[in-house]
Design a protein around this ligand. Structure first.
Ligand code: V47
Ligand code: SF4
Length: 370
């Protein structure tokens, strides 16, 4: 396909993509610097289409945020509370069971379970949580806990990271979401989330999780104090780890929402930046199968556009999103399956409902025969 670029620097990136050559750090910086959004989008769309054609994936999922009490109190987080602070909560195992039962008639395929680091909860609570979820929803995949929680649980239980992962796996853990990495950079770590694990530890834990046969996602929180170079270094660090383990499933760029955070003076991310982050991920992460446009954070409308800028997955129906809505997100708290499919179809793509491992589910008889 011939593309006429306004920014001639993109020509070199396009030829590298066509030749299957890996993009460099300098290319990554150019991707973020360019104002030729349409040219960039066309390159990312070329890669997206060669990997997935016209398909766009989504999942019927439910989020469970078991507690918002967290000892880390990251500066960008509007969700966390101190113990005894107004609005602080921790669900008992019975309450978790109740929340699952409220939706038991819905075809939920994945449970996305994360929470704060709440010192009132014992290691047994987490084992019970996993076992209860598996008992109530035996056919749904449990995608739970970030590397931050794994590090915390290993200290709480007094077990090695490997042993902690094994115990959680035995109780029902099947996959892990990609949160907690923020930006893999010590300057940002010091400034925004000094109490949380940093760069090296996050990578060390993901490595151990992948080694235990558990797939994870990866994310990057952008739109705060990070520089373009720091974004590119983050993506390259993920790409290098993926070369080593092959354990990452999808990458999700997370647009920072500043309301009710210590960074509330910062403006929202722009559509330009949101789309560049999707395209940069698709082009730099050449060894990642999937890039998600997380509609909760960038809104349903821009998520549709992102499907032509490198994204092939819209994440899920979600049902009750809390983390971003506490920070001012104006997207819906959940979408129906029909709404997800309409978003995909009206953007010109074919919706594919998937399970956590990108196997199609609920294929129509036409699709099964194809
Ligand atoms: O780790 C916290 C981010 C993450 C804010 O793996 C914020 O499939 C924006 O990781 N504004 C949790 N973002 C969400 C997450 C996720 C979401 C969807 C799918 C998957 C997946 C993972 O949310 C945190 C942090 O990076 N976050 N506060 C905020 N104010
Ligand atoms: Fe705690 Fe996670 Fe919020 Fe940081 S982002 S304060 S670790 S809940």
């Amino acid at each position: 396909m011939d593309i006429s670029f306004i920014d001639k620097r993109l020509e070199n990136i396009y030829s590298k993509v066509l030749n299957g050559s890996r993009l460099s750090r300098k290319d990554g910086i150019c991707i973020y610097e360019t104002h030729d959004l349409i040219g960039l989008g066309q390159i990312a769309n070329h890669v997206r289409r060669s990997l997935h054609g016209n398909k766009t994936f989504y999942i019927y999922n439910q989020h469970l945020n078991y507690t918002n009490v967290c000892k880390n109190r990251c500066r960008f987080c509007a969700y966390a509370r101190d113990d005894n602070e107004k609005g602080a909560y921790a669900w008992s195992i019975e309450e978790i069971e109740q929340r699952l039962l409220e939706r038991i008639d819905e075809p939920v395929n994945e449970l996305h379970i994360v929470g704060g680091l709440n010192e009132n909860l014992s290691f047994d609570y987490f084992i019970d949580l996993l076992k209860t979820v598996k008992k109530v929803r035996p056919n749904a995949t449990i995608k739970a806990f970030t590397c931050v929680e794994i590090d915390y649980l290993s200290n709480l239980a007094g077990l090695s990271v490997e042993n902690t992962i094994q115990q959680l796996k035995d109780a029902g853990l099947e996959m892990m979401p990609g949160g907690g990495a923020e930006v893999l950079n010590s300057r940002i770590h010091e400034e925004l989330f000094p109490k949380k694990i940093g760069h090296e530890r996050w990578l060390e834990i993901v490595r151990a999780v992948h080694k235990a046969g558990i797939k994870t996602n990866a994310t990057m929180l952008y739109g705060h104090i990070e520089t373009i170079k720091e974004r590119v270094d983050h993506l390259i660090a993920l790409r290098e780890l993926q070369d080593e383990t092959g354990g990452f499933s999808a990458f999700i760029p997370l647009a920072f929402h500043s309301e009710n955070t210590q960074l509330s003076h910062l403006p929202p991310t722009t559509a330009m930046d949101d789309l560049k982050n999707v395209a940069a991920a698709r082009l730099l992460l050449d060894n990642f199968g999937h890039i998600k446009a997380y509609w909760v954070m960038i809104g349903e409308k821009l998520a549709q556009v992102a499907l032509s800028f490198g994204a092939d997955d819209l994440d899920g129906t979600i049902i009750e999103e809390r983390i971003t809505h506490m920070a001012g997100a104006t997207s819906a708290k959940g979408l129906t399956k029909e709404q997800m499919e309409d978003m995909v179809v009206s953007a010109g793509f074919e919706p594919v409902e998937r399970d956590s491992f990108y196997h199609p589910v609920n294929l129509s008889s036409d699709q099964r025969m194809a």
